[in-house]
Design a protein around this ligand. Structure first.
Ligand SMILES: *Cc1c(COP(=O)(O)O)cnc(C)c1O
Length: 365
């Protein structure tokens, strides 16, 4: 068996230890005589697996007790509709800060359910930065303010946590799409009304979506919100109103245990800082490659970069793949390359990429 360095933006690489454990438990989980995929979601064994996963996530992110954790389906894109259906309420207006492809999509979807007001946009910068909070223009009385704290496609990450108290709007809950950097850095959950993330970037298998929601925001769903997507119903049923994505929850739970063994989010954040520094320092020192994101807003997780001579793109990708460095092609809307270096990518993988890039440049320059 030989595994490659997988720089996919998502579904993305998982820690090898986790895959090995899942494989070892595939046919017989802890003497149950069956695998987790085959278990009733209401049985004792799976109930314990889900409760442990939730408790570990709560511990890793220091989620305060007045927040509920929901295990949902539909991915982050479904949440773009589910969130306004649940939160826009009688106010009928929500504010959006747009910093790239994902938040643009979120804003458009929200318009189906109410008025979505553009509070700030990074479009003038070509989506290479995050507008400072001082430049945000909130509407009169929005139900919430939406941000995407790491734009996976553009490689733009918030260098600050949105704190609306600082701009005189303490009462407005912040809703954050953290799909591609949740658990990669310490956050203060109490600064948000709702945090959500699709699992397949930095948590586990596709099919699971995590929602962390402040309790006072439950119970505001529109009458026509599907019952299965009503946050209050899900919270009341421990995320088991319907059959949850059981296997994805189990693997996410293994990842949470793995994160705890690494020393938790603080330790993983230190490693992520080192990984990102290695790659960005190399890019900045090179006259062969470049990254075009405002240095203050560069993502630690998704690093888009360009070869200054685009004619070499195809050779770069082919040779990288041959060297066991895969999924480096940039998103079609941006072009160039993108290396996604989530929690599961070790420093050795980033070092292998930098070594390859240095060698490629030396041969082609
Ligand atoms: C991947 C991604 C999405 C879309 O997730 P789906 O699971 O495909 O719905 C949304 N937002 C961000 C920030 C993402 O990285």
């Amino acid at each position: 068996m030989s595994r490659v360095w997988n720089f996919s933006a998502g579904p993305a690489a998982l820690p090898e230890e986790v895959l090995r454990q899942a494989a070892a438990e595939m046919l017989d989980w802890h003497g149950a005589g069956m695998g987790v995929m085959e278990m009733s979601h209401r049985g004792e064994a799976f109930t314990a697996i889900a409760a442990q996963a939730e408790a570990d996530l709560r511990e890793l992110l220091a989620v305060p007790t007045n927040y509920r954790i929901l295990f949902m389906q539909g991915g982050a894109i479904a949440l773009n509709a589910i969130i306004p259906m649940n939160l826009i309420g009688d106010k009928g207006v929500a504010d959006y800060v747009v910093t790239g492809s994902w938040s643009t999509k979120s804003l458009k979807e929200a318009r189906k359910y109410g008025e979505a007001h553009l509070a700030a946009s990074a479009e003038p910068s070509g989506f290479t930065s995050v507008p400072p909070m001082a430049a945000w223009r909130l509407s009169h009385d929005p139900a919430y303010l939406f941000v995407c704290t790491n734009e996976t496609i553009g490689g733009v990450e918030y260098p600050f946590e949105p704190d609306l108290a600082g701009i005189g709007h303490a009462e407005v809950p912040v809703v954050a799409d953290m799909s591609s950097h949740i658990l990669s850095r310490a956050i203060d959950v109490s600064k948000y009304g709702l945090i959500f993330a699709g699992a397949q970037k930095n948590i586990g298998p596709a099919g699971l979506t995590i929602v962390i929601v402040r309790e006072d925001l439950l119970g505001r769903a529109m009458p026509h919100c599907p019952t299965v997507f009503d946050f209050k119903v899900l919270a009341e049923h421990g995320s088991m109103y319907n059959t949850p994505p059981t296997y994805a929850i189990y693997v996410a739970g293994l990842v949470f245990q793995w994160l705890k063994r690494q020393g938790g989010v603080a330790a993983v954040e230190a490693s992520n800082v080192a990984k990102a520094k290695l790659l960005y320092d190399f890019l900045d020192a090179s006259d062969f490659y470049e990254n075009r994101v405002d240095p203050a807003c560069r993502s630690r997780m998704n690093v888009p970069f360009f070869l200054k001579d685009e004619a070499l793109d195809a050779a770069f990708l082919a040779e990288a793949t041959a060297a066991g460095l895969v999924q480096l092609k940039g998103h079609k809307s941006v072009g160039g390359m993108r290396a996604s270096i989530y929690n599961a990518m070790p420093l050795a993988g980033v070092q292998a990429l930098v070594d390859f890039m240095r060698d490629f440049a030396a041969r082609k320059a």
